[in-house]
Design a protein around this ligand. Structure first.
Ligand code: UDX
Length: 447
């Protein structure tokens, strides 16, 4: 099918490239010419494992192209995905101005039928507004539009495989024509008939569940799913605080809970809390939407409050160990909001470092991928070339992001470089007994 994807960020670029990979013809559009120029020059504006090869191959095979001109992008397309950013406003509401602008331009520029699909994370009722916008600015008497919601469930660091092997595909439609088109579009993924570029044995699983709902329900599924996952994390972080008070081990509690299939072990890792450009803003947007619709989602406000408190807890632990933070040298391993990404947006590591710098501490940090982006966010940060440099002269070392490469370090060498062998493991990456037997003063979370 002929597809247009508007927005070449984390969602748009992965969506467009994977749709090309399964056999469609895709044109990616972005009004940020720098991004389009980077893509046309074979570069990738984001770090996502495996994406660069996929983009290169699909461009070479003529199924994927990029342009800054929306008119050119939608001309031949039957389905147009809106994947533009919906960043948070001051009051926590989602900024939908980019969505509105694209919907308006699609209306003005379309000269044939289009199925307009909202894939960006948007508040409930956005589909209705897109429909109204297409009515007002489109030439309704000559051409028809349909609108659908198709929320994305992509995690950074695994977005390509999340797209090609989703737990489910959710489409919210109001017209059978829209449902038919989306079924045709996703058929290779539902029946796993495409040649997978990521795994070898993925055919043996059954068909991917393809859930068809109305637009509002589909819009709510995304916010509700993310908010529930965030709730699991804040729940286990609260249990971790209790474990510290009673001398229990939250890792063992999470293991015991997770063996109940109804609970599941995933997203029960206690630590510095959740960051990233999804959970924090989706949670606040969901609370805001609920409030505007007349529901006070108190539970989620508490989930957010618990998460905000994680950084204060870590500062308190550092103060308990170091007494005065001013002029202390504190090393930080990890800057991205989670491993396998270079994204530092809403990263707990960045929030922690900001607080430490405010207290007058000297912070040395290293991250395998996120140094560049962290430098932009924290100009006064001492950036090290490797984890060992971070430990040099440090009075304490904080593990803020659980990158696998930290597990294979020579910890005795690390210990020898530190002013004091004090490790605060913000992600329970290390084994407590092993660290203590090596002579570290080791503090985990909830242990
Ligand atoms: C999330 C959702 O998982 C995904 O489905 C949605 O489409 C986008 O938002 P993402 O934000 O990329 O994906 O990362 P995720 O792996 O969900 O982690 C989010 C944050 O939660 C990270 O900061 C991570 O460190 C933290 N986290 C995750 C925990 O603190 N504990 C856990 O057990 C799991």
């Amino acid at each position: 099918m002929q597809i247009c994807v508007v927005g070449t960020g984390y969602v748009g670029l992965v969506t467009g490239t994977c749709l090309a990979e399964i056999g469609h013809h895709v044109v990616g559009v972005d009004d940020d010419r720098r991004k389009i120029d980077t893509l046309k020059a074979g570069g990738i504006p984001i770090y996502e494992p495996g994406l660069d090869e996929l983009v290169a191959r699909n461009r070479q095979e003529g199924r994927l192209a990029f342009t800054a001109e929306l008119k050119e992008g939608i001309e031949a397309a039957t389905v147009v995905f809106i994947c533009v950013g919906t960043p948070p406003l001051e009051d926590g509401d989602a900024d939908l101005s980019a969505v509105e602008k694209v919907a308006r331009r699609i209306g003005e520029l379309s000269s044939s039928y289009k199925l307009v699909v909202e894939k960006s994370t948007v508040p409930v009722h956005t589909g209705m507004w897109i429909e109204k916008t297409l009515m007002v600015y489109g030439h309704r008497e000559q051409i028809e539009f349909d609108v659908a919601s198709n929320p994305e469930f992509l995690r950074e660091g695994t977005a390509v495989s999340d797209f090609l092997h989703p737990d489910r595909i959710v489409v919210g439609v109001e017209h059978p024509r829209a449902e038919r088109l989306l079924l045709e579009l996703y058929e290779p993924i539902v029946n796993r008939t495409f040649t997978c570029p990521v795994h070898t044995n993925c055919r043996d699983a059954g068909p991917v569940p393809f859930l068809v709902t109305d637009i509002r329900s589909a819009e709510l599924i995304k916010h509700a799913s993310n908010s529930f996952l965030a709730t699991k994390i804040s729940f286990i972080n609260s249990v971790a605080d209790l474990c510290e008070l009673v001398g229990a081990d939250v890792e063992l509690v999470a293991a015991g809970m997770g063996l109940d299939r109804r609970i599941g072990r995933a997203f029960l890792n206690a630590g510095l809390g959740f960051g990233g450009f999804c959970f924090p803003k989706d949670l606040q947007a969901f609370v805001k939407i609920a409030e505007k619709c007349g529901h006070d989602f108190r539970l989620l406000r508490e989930v957010d409050r618990i998460n905000q408190a994680r950084i204060r807890q870590m500062i308190r632990k550092l103060r308990d160990q170091l007494w005065i933070l001013k002029d202390k040298v504190i090393g930080v391993w990890g800057l991205s909001f989670k491993p396998d990404t270079d994204d530092v947006r809403y990263s707990p590591a960045i929030a922690l470092i900001k607080q430490l710098l405010t207290e007058g501490a000297v912070v040395r940090a290293y991250d395998p991928k996120a140094m560049e982006k962290a430098r932009e966010a924290l100009p006064s940060l001492v950036c090290c070339q490797n984890p060992y440099e971070v430990a040099s002269g440090a009075d304490a070392l904080v593990v803020a992001t659980e990158w696998r490469e930290f597990e294979s370090l020579d910890l005795m060498q690390v210990k020898g470089m530190m002013q004091r062998p004090l490790i605060l493991d913000g992600r329970n990456l290390f084994d407590r007994e092993k660290m203590r037997s090596m002579g570290f003063e080791y503090l985990g979370v909830g242990r």
